[in-house]
Design a protein around this ligand. Sequence first.
Ligand SMILES: Nc1ncnc2c1ncn2[C@@H]1O[C@H](COP(=O)(O)OP(=O)(O)OP(=O)(O)O)[C@@H](O)[C@H]1O
Ligand SMILES: [Mg+2]
Length: 236
Amino acid sequence: MGTVLQVDDVTKVYGSGHTAVRAVDDASLAVDRGEFVSLLGPSGSGKTTLLSMIGGLLTPTSGSIRLADIEVSAIGKRALTDFRAERVGFVFQSVNLVPFLTARENLLFIASLRRGRNRREARERADQLLTELGLEQRAGNIPEQLSGGERQRVAIGRALMNDPDLILVDEPTAALDTDLGRQVVQLLAREVKDRGKTGIMVTHDLRMVEYTDRVYEILDGRLSAAGAPGRRSWVR
Ligand SMILES: Nc1ncnc2c1ncn2[C@@H]1O[C@H](COP(=O)(O)OP(=O)(O)OP(=O)(O)O)[C@@H](O)[C@H]1O
Ligand SMILES: [Mg+2]
């Protein structure tokens, strides 16, 4: 299987002059279809910045990002909205569900952003995901009536809703206990494998790394490949 995501020499500098922060410094990585990689690094090392650029939420200061045949870093503002809605599933660090929509409606809302959607298929997909995520009893609750872990799972369902090619996950397990965290990460890994997607997961939890194929590490914006999780060479 060929490389589907290709990141070359990407740099992000926030601000300018003496307050400039080089959040990501000349990062390169390549991820195949069906591959799920993890991204480790301390707080402030550039993980969210890198994911945001890969997902077309933030423009790199320099460098190139390609997803299959699309040069993400060159898409115009308008087209970027479609690109994100159709090709990318994000699970953010801060769960940002629409507060006045139920869990199920949050999933359906995302489907509605996609051009040419089929409403019946969207409803079936939403119900299937809510069941897989153990949320069928919570489908009618608004976020305020859900626990932190349940909200996180709704956010994961929402990310998978539009069958994206690329799944970008920022700390999915922070609000989940170990068993649930494991289940959620397994679900993400399965989604990547079975449906031939490409996945990147930021995590601080070394136990979750074993569900991924390869590990990248980032330190002060400098990205490096840290090998396969089984080798555990990256555990210090
Ligand atoms: N919008 C912004 N403007 C200026 N500096 C920023 C901005 N966003 C992030 N930074 C800085 O860029 C660096 C990388 O931030 P980033 O959010 O990517 O880190 P992170 O690895 O995701 O950290 P955490 O694990 O705490 O989420 C940090 O020094 C941060 O303060
Ligand atoms: Mg972050």
